[in-house]
Ligand binder design. Structure first.
Ligand SMILES: Nc1ncnc2c1ncn2[C@@H]1O[C@H](COP(=O)(O)OP(=O)(O)OP(=O)(O)O)[C@@H](O)[C@H]1O
Length: 857
């Protein structure tokens, strides 16, 4: 196989980030200039207010009259008369009472979400005194989901219903607490900075963004962020938000286009095929903001400090709004608070904005409520003119992912074509020629064919691993890109997720059944660095995959070692069967005693690593390694007879290798093992003490598996809370499977040992039979072989004890060889299925990783 294009890049990569005012973006249709949408909501009396004495007229006497149909609010007549207050009367876009969050969402936010999906920035914020109902309005409750979950639901609904576009969504969540910005999705990241440049406008960094593919995934992220948010019990609210929070959804979308690489019939697709789309990507932001509430002095010092920061930033917000409406061209003090600085882009024009002002119905809060109404009236005057932002290059993640998918598909096509070619050439001709040759050539050819077959199988395994890696990456990226079809599939596969999540409580305990598939994609996060670069993080799974690759490589080395060892034995037996002089003791000694050639083994493993694992994460490593190594090995394969026939060349080369330098061993006429310089890689394996390396490899593999088991056990401890879940049960099963694998490997090791013992015994018996027969072949009787009679043997000794053994011996050896071949083939099959099962295990581990992510959430 030879490919000339690097395979999938490492999962961690850097990308350029879309910028709102990017020079490469073109500004597309604008909406007509419009005022900020303002809604005032008067919440119902709370229990404390109903019980307390809140001034004249009784605790529940009406202060505010809300005329919902006219979208007006004013003092209630009774109150106005009783308190001798001058009449006030405000008109907004909507004035609402009650607890129905659906109504307020539909009236104030729904259309804004729709336009965010169409490419216009959108910002919604809730403003009001502490305990007036901002969080209730934005987040809601299990029974009354607020604006944020409803917006999330509508975002996915829009994707479901718009089959002509594809989308990529990512979310971030931050809070401003005591004038310090904190990443709620990465709580260790505190005091984030606000940056501004010509390209990107105003932005916060480094800020973690997570790519999302389902509503429930977004809700879990929100829940995770909410758990990190600063809230406290105050004099006014048992669970008061002490910070401003900003939840942002970045929506990238593009008209759908055929993505598959098109190659002319019968021609290989060229690598590096560009998929530069002519369709621009629309990028917009939807900001959902829950402000902290203004408040009167608190009895607690800490709360007072928080309150001071909150009040100051809200005051600045008020000032900014005033300036925006009152003075044309005046300096707008956005920089006076973090809140106004972050909202600068939205407030200064390029966004549709909806403000929900919440007020308490209570007499005791009438002044604060009035202030809120005045703020709302000012906001109403602010004019914005949102326009869509379109990006023509791959600064949008969507474009970048599409390109990568296209390129990966090209590579996949190419590897498939190469595999097919190999399959074809494998079966071409040879049978007639094979039948017509004589017996000696026959054996030689069989040996060659066997070697070729093994090499071919190895290449096919490698090829299949390459293809699997390509398919997996394509799959991962494809899942991140949302289409109406993919959303519908997810919903169909997981009833209860998506359209119906609003009816279930938004608690972390409400886990959807599609957790597995979601979390595979959910492991993608992107983080924006200070220079605007977006980093993609595939999290811990990479290291797990790498460890699994190591195990696969280990097993392959082990398999190779076994094959080479057997071929060494076989060769010695064949020589002996032909009556040639073979120093069997030396052969055995080579196998058993000599120290391993670590350097060679390391190189061998490294080359396999390049062939298999390297391709996953290192550009070019796989393909270069793969195209070079097998062909080199192929050219080095020497027909069995040529090395052992005692040719002058071989003897000559052997003479130059007396010092045991690396080189392949050949059997010389004098019965000694010689080294052939020209037979480097392929034959060098014979010089390795396989018993030891085999045991070491197996032990190493066993240790690897044990480490995995220990880790799984540790994880299980951490997951006590999920003991009843299906995921938990899966982990238990997986652990059991790991244990079973260890047992199977131990059994196999025993099997290998038994095979080796058998082979040794056969050789020794053969030696004995020669000695009995008068030293056929001139092999001296070795004292160590005197103990042979007590060795256990599964073979018949009769055929070997006769001097007439010529044909019988040959027959027996042929049988032994056949048996050996069968064993090797079984072993090969076993190892291939083990590789397959390890791949399956990797998939399970991914699922397990996502369970762990959810557990952290
Ligand atoms: N429209 C409403 N219907 C029913 N209950 C409401 C409504 N609005 C608020 N509440 C309840 O009033 C209490 C205070 O509301 P909430 O926490 O949303 O206020 P807040 O403005 O976010 O306060 P803070 O600024 O202190 O965070 C909560 O118990 C909430 O459930």
């Amino acid at each position: 196989m030879s490919l000339n294009k690097p395979l999938p890049k490492p999962m961690t990569m850097t990308t350029e980030h879309f910028s709102e005012q990017d020079t490469s973006s073109s500004q597309q249709p604008s909406r007509a200039a419009e005022n900020i949408t303002v809604t005032v909501r008067v919440r119902p009396f709370c229990v404390a207010e109903l019980r307390g004495n809140h001034g004249g007229g009784g605790p529940t006497a009406e202060v505010w009259a809300v005329l919902e149909n006219d979208s007006r609010i004013r003092y209630a007549d009774d109150y106005s008369m009783r308190e001798r207050r001058a009449a006030v009367d405000y008109a907004y876009d909507h004035a609402l009472t009650g607890s129905d969050n659906e109504r307020i969402y539909t009236a104030s936010v729904k259309s804004l979400v729709q336009s965010a999906m169409e490419g216009y920035n959108g910002t919604v914020f809730a403003y009001g005194q502490t305990s007036s109902g901002k969080t209730y309005t934005m987040s809601g409750t299990g029974r009354q989901p607020g604006i944020t979950p409803r917006a999330v639901e509508d975002v996915f609904k829009y994707i479901r219903e718009n089959s002509e576009r594809e989308f990529l969504l990512r979310v971030s969540y931050l809070e401003i607490y005591n004038e310090s910005i904190r990443d709620l999705l990465s709580p260790e990241a505190i005091d984030l900075r606000i940056h501004e440049d010509r390209k990107r406008g105003v932005y916060v960094s480094p800020l973690k963004e997570e790519i999302v593919t389902t509503p429930s995934q977004v809700m879990r992220i929100l829940q995770r962020g909410d758990n990190q948010r600063h809230t406290s019990s105050t004099d006014y609210n048992a669970r008061s938000s002490r910070s401003h929070s900003i939840f942002q959804i970045v929506i990238e979308s593009r008209e759908r286009a055929p993505t598959a690489p098109r190659s002319p019939e019968g021609r290989k697709p060229s690598l590096g095929l560009g998929f530069k789309s002519t369709k621009a990507v629309r990028v917009s932001q939807l900001n959902l903001i829950d402000l902290a509430g203004s408040e009167k002095a608190s009895s607690d010092a800490e709360r007072r400090k928080e309150g001071a920061f909150i009040n100051k930033s809200l005051l600045t917000l008020g000032t900014v709004i005033s300036k925006l409406t009152e003075e044309k061209g005046a300096h707008i003090p956005y920089r006076d608070s973090k809140l106004t600085r972050i909202l600068q882009s939205s407030l200064s024009g390029n966004a549709r904005v909806s403000v929900i002002c919440t007020i308490s119905p209570s007499f005791s809060n009438v002044e604060e409520s009035h202030n809120t109404l005045k703020f709302a009236a000012r906001v109403k005057k602010v004019v914005t003119k949102a326009h869509t932002n379109q990006v023509m290059d791959d600064k949008a993640l969507l474009e970048k992912y599409r390109r990568e998918i296209g390129e990966l598909k090209s590579q996949l096509l190419l590897t498939t074509a190469i595999a097919a070619e190999q399959e074809q050439s494998d079966g071409v001709g040879g049978f007639d020629e094979f039948m017509s040759i004589d017996k000696g050539q026959h054996a030689e050819l069989s040996h060659l064919l066997e070697k070729e077959r093994l090499k071919h199988e190895e290449e096919m395994v490698e090829m299949s691993m390459v293809r699997n890696a390509l398919k997996e990456r394509i799959d991962q990226l494809t899942k991140l890109i949302l289409t109406s079809q993919s959303i519908n599939n997810t919903t169909a596969a997981a009833p209860g997720v998506g359209s119906s999540f609003l009816t279930s409580p938004l608690s972390a305990g409400a886990r959807p059944s599609s957790m597995h598939s979601q979390s595979i994609t959910g492991r993608y996060t992107v983080e924006t660095t200070a220079d605007g670069t977006v980093l993609e993080f595939p999290k811990e799974i990479e290291s797990r995959l790498a460890r699994k690759d190591t195990m696969v490589r280990q097993l392959q080395s082990e398999l190779e070692a076994q094959q080479e060892k057997v071929s060494l034995m076989k060769m010695a037996l064949q020589r002996a069967a032909k009556g040639e002089a073979v120093d069997l003791e030396k052969t055995l000694a080579k196998v058993e005693v000599e120290p391993p050639r670590e350097k060679f083994l390391i190189e061998k493993r490294a080359s396999i690593m390049n062939l298999n694992g390297g391709m996953l994460w290192q550009d070019g490593a796989l393909l270069n390694g793969h195209s070079r190594t097998p062909s080199k090995r192929h050219s080095k394969i020497a027909p069995e007879g040529t090395t052992g026939s005692g040719s002058q060349e071989n003897q000559g080369s052997a003479a130059g290798n007396d010092q045991g330098e690396p080189g392949s061993e050949v059997l010389r006429d004098d019965g000694r093992l010689a080294i052939d310089d020209e037979e480097e890689d392929e034959e060098l394996l014979m010089d390795t003490p396989w018993n030891r390396s085999e045991l070491l490899s197996l032990r190493q593999a066993k240790r690897e598996l044990e480490i995995v088991v220990i880790e799984q056990e540790k994880k299980l401890e951490d997951m006590v809370a999920f003991e009843d879940s299906e995921e938990f049960q899966n982990l238990v099963i997986e652990m059991e499977e790991q244990r079973e694998k260890i047992l199977v490997m131990e059994e196999e090791r025993e099997g290998f040992k038994a095979t080796i013992t058998d082979l040794k015994n056969m050789i020794r018996k053969l030696e004995l039979s020669r000695v009995d027969g008068g030293g056929v072949g001139g092999i001296p009787l070795l004292s160590s072989y005197e103990t042979i009679s007590v060795l256990p043997s599964s073979s018949s000794t009769t055929s070997l004890s006769s001097t007439a053994a010529g044909p019988n011996r040959t027959q027996e050896l042929e049988m032994m060889l056949q048996r050996e071949r069968k064993l090797r083939m079984e072993e090969q099959t076993r190892n291939m299925s083990r590789v397959a099962s390890l791949e399956a295990e990797v998939t399970i581990l991914k699922a397990e990783q996502s369970v762990r992510d959810l557990h952290v959430e």
